[in-house]
Design a protein around this ligand. Structure first.
Ligand code: PGA
Length: 251
């Protein structure tokens, strides 16, 4: 199973900046990319085509959309569809990111609908899950993971190809805070995630990648990527420059 090294650029970067970061990343990483690693970048919508063009022909590089709606087209002002993302060069979609859940108010049910819809439209999907600090303090980590996976995967066909789905465990309290989860916390949450995936998908859950996200940096990635059940990372702040993200990808 290849490790998935993913960058979430959130609402950062003009097209020009995105293109030069993507070109910089490719030139730093392409020749040295181990055969068991893949690179995935989620730019803002406006820059997807530039990033996809910058990655064109590079083995192991992919581009994704940070969000999408539940229809292919229609009167849905402000929304974007999987086919539009694919047209721009994206092959992956992101669902359930904590900022969409907790800033934009997306509920577990909507996250589940988007996950199933994106997959049905031919996109690969990275579903994000993770508890808030008050949930952790209340001993509810497993309950949150179970519910978010239960509802997030509710309508996903059980025979889905495992490489088309990834789950990113991102504790909300570690996102953008500089406070990375400790190795024990990561292993515990990833083990719970794997167990739940096995309940849902059986044997092939072993081949579904589970990424860790939350304040991943060049100097902590090597300690994270080797942990049990960690099959990649999802990186925000430290993915915004090509130097920093290249170190993470190769780290
Ligand atoms: P961060 O963000 O790396 O800046 O903590 C991670 C994410 O939001 O996916």
């Amino acid at each position: 199973m290849k490790k998935l090294m993913a960058a979430n650029w959130k609402m950062y970067k003009t097209r020009e900046d995105a293109e030069s970061t993507a070109n910089g990343l490719r030139s730093l990483v392409e020749k040295n990319l181990p055969s068991d690693r893949e690179v995935l970048v989620f730019p803002p919508f406006t820059a997807i085509d530039r990033v996809a063009a910058a990655f064109d022909g590079a083995n192991g590089f992919a581009t994704g959309g940070q969000d999408f709606y539940l229809h292919e087209e229609g009167a849905y002002t402000g929304e974007i569809s999987p086919s539009m993302l694919k047209d721009a060069g994206a092959t992956w979609g992101l669902t359930g990111h904590s900022e969409r859940r907790h800033v934009l108010g997306e509920k577990d049910e909507l996250v589940g609908e988007k996950t199933a819809y994106g997959l049905s439209q031919g996109m690969n999907i990275c579903l994000c899950i993770g508890e808030k600090i008050e949930e952790r303090k209340a001993g509810r980590v497993e309950a949150v993971i179970d519910t978010q996976l239960e509802l997030g995967l509710k309508d996903v066909p059980r025979d889905i190809a495992p490489e088309r789905l990834a789950v990113a465990y991102e504790p909300v309290w570690a996102i953008g805070t500089g406070e990375v989860a400790g190795p024990e916390e990561i292993v515990e949450a990833h083990t719970m995630t794997r167990k739940k995936l096995e309940d849902v998908f059986g044997e092939k859950a072993k081949e579904i990648r589970i990424l860790y996200g939350g304040s991943v940096k060049p100097d902590n990635v090597s300690g994270i990527i080797g942990l049990d059940n960690v099959d990649g990372v999802l990186v925000g702040g430290a993915s915004l420059t090509s130097d920093s993200f290249a170190k993470i990808v190769l780290g």
